[in-house]
Write a protein that binds this ligand. Structure first.
Ligand code: SAM
Length: 246
């Protein structure tokens, strides 16, 4: 039985935390944002982008799968930008805390409660990996204002925020051909990695590098990311399989 744990007025509309058996679901304005059933592609988004010791930005806390993966992969520091106070509370002291083993309490983590779009425009921080998972994809944003992230100006700014050899990683619930073309005009090397799911179109991750890393030999690809992405046996995930609550 599905149970509403909490329903609040968020920054951009109604936010609901639901429990379905052992799984939690976060729903915003009737659209699934995230659930705790799988998280494979959300983890791969960061493990495919960072190397141990990296400084990492994660755009969108969700249920903390990406954050946990960054810490487990040896990130030196992680800035998480999340605009919804309720999402933060559910992760910090609510039922989502156990999903990631209280990752927000890790001393490497700095949580910034704000909108990612203006924050990126004004920050003086620089990162080795920028991991963006705030939307259902570059061509299916949860709010109109998020579309700025994937525009020419947005991509140029993201490239500026990367240290040499750094990687921009972007999550999507499906293909986004116009975005992929645009991305290639801003970054020297772009890998597109489909992540198979049991039902529907694969998730898609992009890993875009602004310059070659000294750690990456010429011609090397995101092979770890690609091989992980082909692993079979993913559980269904709400963002793709169910776009609207019943
Ligand atoms: C799909 S969830 C992220 C899932 C996350 N990767 C994980 O592992 O659980 C998207 C998150 O981004 C947040 N978000 C959406 N737009 C945002 C914005 N403009 N600024 C900051 N956070 C945003 C949502 O509130 C939500 O928590």
């Amino acid at each position: 039985m599905v149970e509403v744990v909490e329903s609040v007025r968020g920054r951009v509309g109604e936010l609901v935390l639901r429990r379905d058996g052992h799984a939690y679901e976060v729903i915003e304005n009737g659209v699934f944002l995230m659930d705790t059933r799988n998280g494979e592609s959300e983890r791969l988004l960061v493990t495919g982008a960072l190397t141990p010791g990296a400084s990492v930005l994660i755009g969108g806390l969700g249920v903390g799968f990406s954050l946990r993966a960054a810490l487990d992969a040896g990130a030196a520091s992680v800035v998480v930008v999340e605009r919804e106070p309720a999402v933060i509370a559910w992760n910090r002291e609510g039922p989502l805390r156990t999903v990631h083993g209280d990752a927000l309490a890790d001393p490497r983590v700095r949580l910034v409660e704000t909108d990612l779009v203006p924050w990126l425009a004004s920050t003086s921080d620089r990162f080795d990996a920028l991991c963006l998972d705030v939307d259902n994809g570059p061509e299916w944003t949860v709010t109109e204002s998020n579309a700025a992230l994937y525009s020419d100006a947005g991509l140029a700014r993201l490239a500026e925020l990367l240290n040499p050899g750094g990687v921009l990683a972007v999550w999507s619930a499906g293909a986004a051909p116009e975005f992929a073309t645009r991305l290639r005009t801003h970054f020297a090397s772009v890998r597109e990695v489909p992540v198979e799911v049991p039902r529907g179109e694969p998730d898609v991750l992009w890993f875009a590098r602004n310059q070659r890393s000294r750690r990456t030999p010429p011609g090397a690809t995101c092979s770890a990311a690609e091989s992980s992405a082909r692993l079979p046996g993913r559980a269904p995930r709400a963002r793709r399989s169910t776009s609207r609550t019943p």
